[in-house]
Design a protein around this ligand. Structure first.
Ligand code: HEC
Length: 169
């Protein structure tokens, strides 16, 4: 019996040791499998490729040209600027109204003189366009400065006022 018991415990130790070894093997392989690290690389690589691709390479080539001919670069930039300014200046009163002012003036929200409401606009129109423009530029009560259109020029805001006034005359 004693002999059997000794053999039995040896077997149990052996099984335990093998189990631990196997468990360790499973743990290690699941962490460092080549397939797994490949997936990680795959996940990272495309992002790097897309972001650091073409745009960076032409720049060093273009830089010496810009240094060699700064006047040419400035001259080339100038027409672009005026071209960009032209469509901005072309924003009509109706466009400005529809993009910024209508939010309050369409419904008369917050006590705004309602679009097309003669009675609401007449006393205001009577104060003159300059007084109205003061209100539009600086704000007054619930009327926010520039009617929330911070990118609008004074002329564009004036066109918007004239557009609203035209509806009640
Ligand atoms: C957030 C709401 C709001 C927006 C957006 C808004 N307004 Fe107004 N507006 C008001 C309110 C409220 C008043 C009335 C203010 C008062 O008399 O106390 C007003 C008044 C005015 C008046 C009359 C000013 C006067 O002196 O009587 C004009 C003109 C006007 N707005 C033009 C505009 C224009 C142009 C825009 C767009 C660029 C605009 N508003 C956008 C709320 C708004």
């Amino acid at each position: 019996m004693k002999r059997y018991n000794q053999r039995g415990s040896v077997t149990i130790y052996a099984i335990t040791a093998i189990s631990i070894a196997f468990a360790l093997y499973m743990l290690t392989t699941s962490i460092t499998t080549p397939a797994d690290s490949k997936t990680t690389v795959d996940r990272i690589t495309p992002v790097g490729k897309v972001n650091t691709g073409a745009p960076i390479i032409p720049e060093p080539a273009a830089a010496p040209e810009a240094v060699a001919a700064p006047e040419t670069a400035a001259a080339a930039a100038a027409p672009e600027q005026s071209a960009a300014a032209t469509p901005a200046a072309a924003k009509s009163g109706e466009d400005v109204y529809k993009s910024a002012c209508f939010a309050c003036h369409l419904t008369g929200a917050a006590g705004a003189p309602k679009f097309g409401d003669k009675a609401a606009w007449e006393p205001r129109i009577a104060t003159g366009i300059d007084a109205l423009m003061q209100t539009v530029l600086n704000g007054k009560g619930a009327m926010p400065p520039r009617g929330t259109c911070m990118t609008c020029s004074e002329d564009e805001l004036k066109s918007a006022v004239e557009y609203m006034i035209a509806q009640v005359q």
